[in-house]
Design a protein around this ligand. Sequence first.
Ligand SMILES: [Zn+2]
Length: 479
Amino acid sequence: MFQRLSGWRRAARLSVLLLLAGVASAGALFVLRPGSLPALVQRHLPARSPERAAGSAGNSAADPLAAAAASGNRAGFPAEADPAGSEPPVIADLPGEVPGRPMVRVCLTDPAMEQVILAAAGPVTVRPVGSPEVLGRFPSLNRAGCTTTRTGLKIGTRSFAASQLELIPARSPDLWVGRHQYRGTIRLYRQTSNRVLAVNVLPLEDYIASVINGEMPAAFDQPAREAQAIVARTYVLYQLMRPGRQQRLFDVYASTRSQHYQGTQYETSGGRKLAGETPRSRQITAATAGVVCTWNNRLFCTYYSAVCGGQTAAGNGVFSDAAPPVASVPCEWCSKAERYRWSVEVPRAVFRERLSGRTSLNHSSPLTAIRQAAATVPGRPPDFEIHAGRKSARINASSVRRMLSGYSLHSSRFELSLETDDVRVTGRGHGHGVGLCQWGAAGMAGAGHSCTEIISHYYPGAQLLRLLPPAVSVSASAR
Ligand SMILES: [Zn+2]
């Protein structure tokens, strides 16, 4: 979760315009219909004790939304949540996709590779991306390399005169890319650098079932993992809604650059096979299916990080598209995390040398003092005044962290102190510290808090909604 993204305001504003203009021609996938919505926090997901949650997860009879949908309310919202004069939110879809079942495109190769290794136990059909034409079929793939040719792509010994291929397995999951097996299809793109970009295309909820495990240990209590599912779903849907989707080849990376996604199973370097998704993660996905965080009736980018260290960072100090609920809040719940507090010693000489290329300080002058200055923007990591000889220079904590790469500074929230031989870095937390604190969510769940309480704590003012497929007429009129 370290990606910086462009203006959420623009995306949100665009979503309204797209809806009014007829959605279909643009890149927005989900659109919440503008208009006033009732407060829905803690209404769509009932507050639960851990015991009750364990017994009720996946039980649609206990779900008020499922009950509302069964009673004929297509949008799934209880009648009392829909006061006269306001309409429930609906979902509009891109042409070519099943309504309410968006597909996520995950980049598996960052950066693109000279060769991508493919395997499948059963038949695989090869098509150009976005075309029904069949270019070829493999009865199976036995660690076949995909490379570029002068005009196209080659899989094993077979060449294809196309620079974009889609591999569709007869059954899913079957396809392996490198050491990971994935649901859905695999797209292969020939890059101008003669490298291959691999993208996994799969249904949103299948993606979430794997991300829960990639992002959060299975040992964390269920409410924390439910919160993780909702936050991860909102994050990826926000990415899908960003303007210009049709011009991009993928929506998210498979790494923590976006969200950690390992597919259905994967092989360790020692040859051990581990589960990427599990019955438990699928159960949590089903229990929270379609539930997202909203603010002012719109999706927002639900940034999250591993350990905040006692206080989450203000989103607008770190990300340009941070919405108001991504605010700084106290967190007393992550103190058991290994990186709640940490300390690193950097030799003075190393610190001095790395500083010289980044500030105006004379390389030959020894360090004499380091003082913390107020952050130039509230909520942003602090600045430091570094004194060397008669000169001083100001440098931001984020720059210091980049400057000291290799020294395991786990976050930009730290203090610097000058010691006899070293500069001591005393820090807190792991990651950017913005939004939901994953270890804090585990702490809250362990103390009996519900999924909705966790989300309300880390995204104050956010509302939870369950997005359901629109009625056919709505979908048709949107196109
Ligand atoms: Zn925390």
